[in-house]
Design a protein around this ligand. Structure first.
Ligand code: FES
Ligand SMILES: [Fe+2]
Length: 295
């Protein structure tokens, strides 16, 4: 098998780039002429299978049916993905994608495995320019879109489908609570999840009461604070979307959670999100945690 390696620095954090690989919906909006459309066939914790309907080409203009591929996408945490073309166009082709932190964003390191060709250096040199041109063009489509979610190009905006009041975000705490300043109120835009670091002043690095990152949501005039990682497989909920003013949807496999209770509504997540009491005071957002038990 011929193996061709392609590397590119993309000016977004690793989590954003990783989420784009799961965002099947953005393909038809952002890449209709280069990638066509993806239809999800199977969804698992670390394995998804989709059908790719390629954009029409010369053969389709002559009456041939749409070209298709069935592609298996597997995720190997923390940053490796494998794409295998199981049937249809490019059958047998494999792509291994490794994402690395980079001072300017994310280093995308991809190896394309082309079946039926020997792995000769001359062939690698010949194959690299067209692969580089094509992948660069696809990234340019992502970077060039004017629809974006959370400020990140290439992730299309979804509008809320309906306005509905939230049930609230209160949770009775156990033991003494402290309110932690986590963000400026102005930074929290309606229905735009915001990642905040929850650091308890004076708590040691191992203190049990330091819960890590939280995601803040302002929706329908209410505030919510939930744990930042999806309980299914660790998807970054700050890159998810708020739905109907009542739910947060994980960007990786689409698990939906009620903001008011944290309970999963649909999708693969089985447990509820942890929630935190949250309030707005003097232009700041504060989250309540139990006082540190160790210092
Ligand atoms: S990580 Fe799978 S649904 Fe969130
Ligand atoms: Fe894209």
């Amino acid at each position: 098998m011929l193996r061709v390696r392609y590397r590119k620095v993309v000016p977004y954090p690793v989590a954003v780039v990783l989420s784009q690989y799961y965002d099947y919906e953005h393909i038809e909006h952002v890449h209709p002429e280069s990638l066509g459309r993806y239809v999800l066939l199977e969804q698992g914790e670390r394995r998804n299978v989709y059908e790719q309907l390629w954009p029409p080409g010369l053969l389709q203009s002559l009456g041939m049916p749409t070209a298709r591929s069935v592609v298996q996408h597997t995720y190997e945490p923390p940053r490796t993905m494998r794409f295998r073309f199981l049937c249809g166009r490019h059958r047998g082709t494999e792509v291994v994608t490794v994402l690395e932190e980079h001072p300017e964003g994310c280093l995308v390191d991809e190896t394309y495995g082309v079946p039926g060709l020997p792995d000769w250096s001359l062939l690698r040199r010949l194959a690299l320019p067209p692969i580089r041109r094509r992948v660069n063009a696809i990234w340019a489509e992502d970077i060039g879109v004017d629809v974006c979610h959370g400020g990140w190009p290439g992730v299309p905006e979804r509008s809320a489908e309906a306005e509905a009041p939230c049930a609230g975000s209160s949770r009775s705490g156990e033991g003494a609570e402290v309110w932690i300043d986590v963000a400026a109120a102005n930074d929290l835009v309606e229905e735009r999840p915001l990642l905040a670091r929850l650091v308890v002043p004076g708590a040691g690095p191992d203190a049990e009461a330091v819960p890590g990152d939280v995601v803040l949501v302002r929706a329908s005039g209410r505030l919510f604070a939930v744990e930042a990682r999806c309980p299914h497989s660790g998807g970054p909920l700050e890159l998810g979307r708020c739905r109907d003013g009542r739910e947060i949807v994980c960007p990786w496999h689409g698990a939906r959670f009620a903001l008011a209770t944290g309970e999963p509504i649909s999708g693969p997540a089985l447990r509820a999100l942890s929630r935190f009491r949250v309030r707005e005071r003097a232009g700041r957002i504060e989250v309540a945690v139990n006082e540190p038990s160790a210092t």
